[in-house]
Design a protein around this ligand. Structure first.
Ligand code: GLY
Length: 369
C-alpha cells in the first residue's frame, strides 16, 4: 500500500481516530475492507458523521458476524443453506458463531476431529453452530449492493484447506481462480433474497456481499455469507473487471447502482498464497522475504502483500498468509505457469504454498441448479 498511496497509522478498530482522519483529509469516500470493523459498526459511525462509506452498517454486517443470525435471515428469505444439526455427530461442520479470521470452521469426519473441533471452538469463547457436512464443488459468488440494487461481479473458486488435494485444516484461503467454467449464475437465487430480507428488516446492505456456496447434487446451498470482498477472491476478481472500481464503489455508497454495468474480462486469473510455515495454527513471523521484485517482473504477474512489513529496510513476514502471487494469462495453463514461476522466485524460509491451485480449473462441473 505504501508504494501506491500515503499510509496513516490509525488502527481499523479506532473509529474516532478514523473519523478524525477522514475529516482532516476531507475524504470523499471511505471503503471499509475487513469484517471486524464492519461488524463493530465503523460504517455507521462514519455515515452518521456525514461521510460516504462503502461497507454495511453493524446490523447488516451480522450476516457475517453471526452465523445464527445469517441462518435466520436465510430461512426467512428462502435461501437454500446448510442445515443445522440438533446434536453434534459426524460427519459435520463445527463453526464458531462469530468472526474468526477464517479459522472458526472445522470439517469433522471422525469423532476425534469432532472432539478437537468442539474444544477449539469453545476456546474461541463463542457460541458454536453444528452444520451438516455437504459435498460438492464450492463457488464464491459476489455482488456490489446498494440497498435494493445489485451489480453481479465475476465468481471465483477459493481453496480453503491448507494442503494439496484439499487436505489439512481450514484456512482463510490458500489460492483462487476466476472465472469458474460452467458456474451457474447464483446472484438472483442466493444473494438477492437476502439483500431484500435485510432491507425489509430496516438494515439495508451497502457494500460487497459474498456468498460462499456449495454445488451439491440437490442444488446450490449457501455455506456462509461474508459482508466484504473475499481474500484471495478479490485478487482474482478485480483484475478481471472492465470498469472503474472507485466509481463503482462510490455509486454503491451513494445508493445509485441501478443501470450500472461492469464487463467481465475473458482473461483468467490465478492467485497462489505464500504462507508462513506453521500456518494456520502457529505461523512463524518476522522472517525476511526476498525475490518480490523478480517475481513481480514475470509477465502478467502482480504480487499483492497480505502479511508483510518493512523493518529496518528489510521486508519481513508478519502473518500467516504473507503474499498473493497473482497472474493473468491467455488461459488457465498460462496464468498458472506465470504465477508458479513467480512463486519460485520468492524466498521466505519455511514458507509453504499449495501446488494445485487452478490445476483442475477447466473441469466443468455437472451442476444441479
Ligand atoms: N477466502 C475466504 C474469505 O475471504 O473469507
Amino acid at each position: 500500500m505504501a508504494a501506491l498511496a500515503d499510509c496513516h497509522p490509525v488502527r481499523p478498530e479506532d473509529a474516532e481516530g478514523l473519523l478524525a482522519l477522514a475529516r482532516e483529509l476531507e475524504i470523499d469516500l471511505v471503503v471499509v475492507g475487513p469484517e471486524a470493523p464492519l461488524v463493530a459498526g465503523l460504517a455507521d459511525h462514519l455515515r452518521h458523521a456525514g461521510i460516504k462509506v462503502f461497507g454495511p452498517g453493524k446490523e447488516a454486517a451480522q450476516i457475517e458476524g453471526s452465523k445464527s443470525f445469517a441462518k435466520e435471515v436465510m430461512a426467512a428469505a428462502g435461501v437454500p443453506h446448510a442445515g443445522v444439526l440438533a446434536v453434534a455427530r459426524t460427519p459435520c461442520v463445527v463453526k464458531a458463531d462469530g468472526i474468526a479470521a477464517g479459522k472458526g470452521v472445522w470439517i469433522c469426519e471422525t469423532q476425534e476431529e469432532l472432539d478437537s473441533a468442539l474444544r477449539a471452538a469453545a476456546a474461541l469463547g463463542d457460541h458454536t453452530v453444528i452444520e451438516e457436512l455437504l459435498s460438492g464443488p464450492e463457488l464464491s459468488v459476489f455482488a456490489l449492493v446498494a440497498g435494493a440494487d445489485l451489480l453481479p461481479l465475476p465468481s471465483a473458486r477459493d481453496y480453503s484447506r491448507v494442503g494439496d488435494g484439499d487436505t489439512g485444516p481450514n484456512t482463510g484461503g490458500m489460492g483462487c481462480f476466476s472465472p469458474v467454467p460452467g458456474a451457474p449464475d447464483l446472484v438472483d437465487s442466493l444473494l438477492r433474497p437476502v439483500v431484500e430480507e435485510l432491507a425489509r428488516r430496516g438494515a439495508p446492505f451497502v457494500g460487497c456481499l459474498y456468498g460462499g456456496a456449495i454445488l451439491t447434487d440437490e442444488g446450490p446451498r449457501i455455506l456462509e455469507y461474508n459482508c466484504r470482498f473475499g481474500d484471495p477472491e478479490a485478487q482474482v476478481i478485480l483484475p478481471r473487471l472492465d470498469a472503474d472500481l472507485l466509481d463503482l464503489l462510490h455509486q454503491a455508497a451513494t445508493g445509485s447502482l441501478g443501470g450500472v454495468a461492469a464487463a467481465e474480462l475473458r482473461e483468467p486469473c490465478v492467485s497462489v498464497v505464500v504462507a508462513s510455515g506453521g500456518y494456520p495454527e502457529t505461523p512463524q513471523v518476522g522472517r525476511p522475504i526476498a525475490g518480490i521484485e523478480a517475481a513481480g517482473a514475470v509477465g502478467g504477474v502482480t504480487v499483492f502483500h497480505a502479511g508483510t512489513a518493512e523493518e529496518e529496510g528489510t521486508l519481513v513476514a508478519t502473518g500467516g498468509r504473507v503474499l498473493n502471487v497473482t497472474a493473468t494469462g491467455a488461459d488457465f495453463a498460462e496464468a498458472r505457469r506465470r504465477a508458479y514461476s513467480a512463486v519460485d522466485l520468492i524466498h521466505l524460509e519455511g514458507s509453504m504454498h499449495r501446488t494445485d491451485i487452478a490445476l483442475a480449473a477447466n473441469d466443468v462441473e455437472h451442476v444441479h441448479a
